[in-house]
Design a protein around this ligand. Structure first.
Ligand SMILES: Cc1ncc(COP(=O)(O)O)c(C=O)c1O
Length: 459
């Protein structure tokens, strides 16, 4: 494929060698797609087809993908919706629905007006379907980072970032100190950007709100400050800023003061070369962890193209690159879960899905309130709680000089039968416990905190 428009954009400049090299050639899926429309006899794709009656007792005359009769016992979905390969970028209807879902989610922000929605709708790519958010993180990092290149991230982060970025891709994470005085540490973020600027012709940042492991969500004012910092720094440095936005926990915001929409929306509206990449998925949003369905969507800039025709061409070129990434790694994603998600969205609709999920959100919100209240009673000079207002977790910092997080978690488990995740990274000033209150009954929360209190006094 010719990347005529894409090659002229800062997005292309920021690509890694793989990002520049990858494309989806006209392979099996291309010919199969054409044959479906144009051929009388289709011998293209490696999917066994037959007349149902020839492989199923009392089967019909319909020409179907061959399937084991036992499969019918486990689903009422049509075999056509579960057996064949899904398309490389994901089921077309689900991609369209997710696009509308992204737009629907933008409306939670009271500052989102009609004009912004028109802009959002026009200047974003069609979401590509990935194997969960993890795979979307992997793809987007691979697309922009060569081995040895740097990505900026908070020092407190989901541990799998290190597996993906450092161990798998061979790139480096440049950490900034997440908090200062219970607010995001913008000075540290700014210093880190300036340091990376000295050695790289692009700035790549990954953010995650509500955050794992801290539960931090910026307040609306902090969100404005972060935005201002990014905008001003980008103007000064004149390099593309790629902002990878891990929205795994997007809907779970429990405080009125906190930003209740993804950072994607505001970044996508900016004129400068701050390019947001939105990663979200069924995993937590629809509470379908094992579905392994995620989405990757890129925000585009109006000044990259001179007319609508070029814009459509650019979207196609980007789509080809992303499908090239999928084809060369996972080929395509789980069909049955895409089909289920599509049916839920089509038959239940956005609003009822949100209503059903709100019941779960309320359960989590009550636990969030309870655990934070209980922690206030834990008056101990050796601990502090990071600011938190969303997601599934919170983080207790332990005094490094006195309590090693791994040892303490082991002690807590052995002697008080409470399981939490210790995070100990001396080089990054981190020593504490992540508590996944999403998986603790509200009635057990006082007991958990009481056991932690006792353990602290004994340790
Ligand atoms: C911050 C963050 N991003 C991404 C993921 C992974 O999402 P998925 O299960 O869709 O791969 C998780 C899951 O724990 C997470 O905490």
């Amino acid at each position: 494929m010719n990347f005529e428009i894409l090659e002229k954009t800062p997005l292309y400049d920021a690509f890694s060698d793989i990002g520049k090299r990858i494309f989806l050639p006209d392979g099996v899926f291309y010919w199969a797609g054409r044959a479906k429309k144009e051929a009388d006899i289709n011998g293209t794709i490696g999917t066994a087809f037959g007349y149902e009656k020839d492989f199923i007792e009392l089967g019909s005359d319909e020409w179907l993908p061959c399937y084991l009769k036992e499969i019918k016992k486990y689903t009422e979905l049509n075999v056509k919706d579960i057996v064949p390969y899904a398309s490389i970028g994901g089921l077309a209807d689900l991609r369209t629905i997710w696009r509308e879902w992204i737009i629907r989610k933008s409306e939670y922000n009271s500052e989102t007006d009609k004009e912004k929605i028109v802009h959002l709708n026009k200047y974003m790519t069609n979401p590509i379907i990935t194997t969960g958010v993890t795979n979307a993180i992997y793809l987007s990092c691979k697309l922009f980072l060569n081995p040895g290149e740097k990505i900026i991230c908070a020092n407190k982060r989901w541990g799998n970032y290190d597996n993906i970025i450092v161990k798998n891709i061979g790139a480096e994470i440049k950490s900034f100190d997440f908090f200062k005085d219970d607010r995001i540490n913008l000075d540290s973020l700014k210093d880190t950007i300036n340091e990376v600027n000295k050695i790289q012709n692009k700035i790549v940042i990954i953010i995650n709100f509500p955050n794992n492991p801290t539960g931090y969500v910026p307040s609306k004012q902090e969100a404005k400050d972060i935005l201002k910092l990014l905008e001003e720094t980008q103007v000064k440095l004149k390099k593309p800023f790629i902002i990878i936005i891990d929205d795994a926990y997007e809907p779970y915001v429990y405080s009125e003061e906190a930003l209740n929409t993804s950072f994607f929306y505001e970044l996508q509206q900016l004129k400068g070369d701050i390019i947001p990449i939105k990663l979200d998925g069924l995993t937590k949003e629809l509470l379908m962890y094992g579905a392994r369905i995620g989405f990757l969507t890129i925000g585009l800039k109006s000044n990259w193209v001179s007319n609508d025709e070029e814009l459509e061409k650019l979207k196609k070129e980007i789509n080809n690159k992303l499908e090239g990434m999928n084809r060369s790694s996972i080929s395509n994603c789980n069909h049955i879960y895409q089909a289920i998600a599509e049916r839920i969205f089509q038959e239940v609709g956005f609003e009822k899905i949100i209503d059903s999920r709100n019941r779960i959100k309320e359960v989590l919100e009550k636990r969030y309130e309870k655990i934070n209240n209980e922690l206030k009673s834990l008056d101990n000079p050796n601990i502090s709680i990071d600011p938190n207002s969303g997601g599934f977790f919170l983080f207790i910092n332990l005094n490094r000089q006195k309590i090693k997080a791994n040892n303490f978690a082991d002690y807590l488990l052995k002697h008080h039968k409470v399981g939490v995740i210790p995070i100990e990274k001396p080089a990054e000033n981190i020593n504490g416990l992540r508590i996944a209150y999403c998986s603790i009954d509200i009635n057990q929360i006082p007991e958990v905190i009481s056991r932690i209190k006792t353990a602290l006094s004994q340790f």
